[in-house]
Design a protein around this ligand. Sequence first.
Ligand SMILES: [Zn+2]
Length: 179
Amino acid sequence: MEEIYSEFYLARCQKKLKNWGAPLDGWFCKEIIDVREDDEEAPLATCELCDCSKVRFVHVMDHLLYFEELRVGCICAGVMQGNILAAQERERQMKNRAKRRKNFLKKKWNQKYGGYYRKQFWLVYKHKLLEIKVDSENKHFVSCNQGKPVCSYKGRPIDNFYSAVYAAFDLADPLEDIL
Ligand SMILES: [Zn+2]
């Protein structure tokens, strides 16, 4: 196998963890965030462990014996987890998901008329029925396979079609599948 990080890099990461009194391994990834998910120009993140400032996919690492989580890039996540390949696989899946999302956003939604809602749209994606319903107060309700409707995206109430489409993608292609 090719060497993907140097002994020097590894030693430096471990030294930093030691200085913080943090465990050297046994970390797990509880969340992964694409900082450019909604905006391709958004600033990249900085790895809290090696200070690399070009992190697009932030691996949020947690440990049962440490009081806080650390937000790091792919290789540092691999070091902390004790499994570089697993971290790289996560990163690869995030890249693929970002591509799927880009295609998803181009899809045309079908409109449905009549009924209680002011507007209704639907789309079938990956064999799932996605629906967006808009009420008279412009509240958007998003559902997948007629499950419980979601009416917020990234913690904010959905009041426009774009956010509704973003929320629909998260329901159809959940991030949790990658972890
Ligand atoms: Zn790093």
